[in-house]
Design a protein around this ligand. Structure first.
Ligand code: HXC
Length: 279
């Protein structure tokens, strides 16, 4: 089904604001990250998404290209963010074929529900490796290109920006998700450190922390259906969020309107985490 602009982007944004920019995204097959990239492509950017599954990644890239006529979206499969070498190769291919990297969405993550008592060291490590080491590998691979973008951008929004996709579960803790709670705290800390170390070179690094977003894998697989109605009532906004609302926050962080926003966490959850709700 073809998506309309109103499905993934607010009409407050101006077409063409990301012309000549390139966004690199890990986890680009996911519901949230694909909406983020689709919004950027719609507004002028070209994109490269990487994922573990070849077919899914290539087919998502084709779908993302429909967001704007003439856009280029590269889908590179067989990339596991835990493997620095495969990531480096994808980054090099992106730079070669699309001309550079101006923005990066660090989105790849892994999660499942497991009581701590049954969580094996390898299961814990797998999620830490995907979320924390994978984010580190991504940052290391794209940083030289972001630095270059920040120092050479002459038109449109300045380049050299990172957005990490985190969560809110580590603000309060979340039963059955020890691995992800620890991992997301690490992702937030990584972003903050990049912000202070690379801010002087013109980069910004920020986190988007989505709360309960309808239609996402996190909600479908991790939210317990019997808790859903009760949980929704405890969200101050009184509803689940949409991927479009996460995409809008992403566009804002990559736009000139957020030039002085660095080392921040933008929580997109309708106020949910403040009610200490599970979802
Ligand atoms: C307990 C599990 C498990 C489960 C895997 N393991 N699934 N333990 N319950 N459901 C254990 C395995 O038994 C094994 O430990 C270890 O984890 C590694 O398993 P593999 O299958 O070899 O791992 P791998 O292929 O590396 O897969 C990574 C994964 C998997 C994270 C474990 O779930 C995955 O690929 N998921 C798809 C991506 C994903 O989860 N996306 C969700 C994004 S949502 P042993 O000891 O047996 O060797 C999200 C939202 C966060 O991130 C915020 C939520 C609110």
């Amino acid at each position: 089904m073809a998506l309309e602009r109103s499905d993934y982007l607010s009409d407050v944004w101006r077409e063409g604001i990301f012309n000549d920019k390139v966004v690199f995204c890990t986890g680009g097959n996911g519901t949230i990250c694909s909406a983020q990239v689709r919004a950027m492509v719609h507004l002028g950017a070209n994109a490269c998404i990487v994922g573990r599954n070849v077919d899914k990644t290539e087919s998502m890239a084709k779908s993302l290209m429909t967001a704007r006529q003439g856009s280029e979206v590269l889908g590179i499969g067989s990339v596991d963010v835990r493997n620095a070498e495969s990531l480096n190769q994808a980054v090099e291919r992106c730079v070669k074929e699309l001309g550079g990297i101006d923005f990066c969405i660090v989105g790849a993550a892994g999660n499942f529900l497991s009581p701590l008592s049954q969580l094996s060291a390898n299961a814990f490590k797998s999620v830490i490796d995907i979320d924390v080491l994978g984010s580190y590998n991504t940052v290391k691979a794209v940083l030289p290109h972001l630095v270059k973008s920040a120092s050479t951008s002459t038109s449109g929004p300045g380049g050299g920006r990172l957005v990490f996709v985190s969560a809110t579960i580590h603000y309060t803790g979340a039963p059955l998700q020890t691995h992800a709670v620890v991992a997301k705290a690490g992702v937030d800390a990584l972003s903050a450190n990049v912000a202070i170390e690379y801010g002087p070179r013109g980069l910004t690094s920020n986190v988007i922390a989505p709360g309960p977003i309808a239609g996402t894998e996190g909600m479908e697989r991790l939210g317990r259906s019997e808790d859903r109605e009760a949980n929704m009532k405890r969200i101050p906004a009184g509803r689940w969020g949409t991927v479009k609302e996460v995409a809008d926050a992403t566009v804002w962080l990559f736009s000139d309107a957020a030039n002085f926003v660095n080392g921040s966490v933008v929580v997109v959850d309708g106020g949910a985490w403040r009610t200490n709700r599970m979802a």
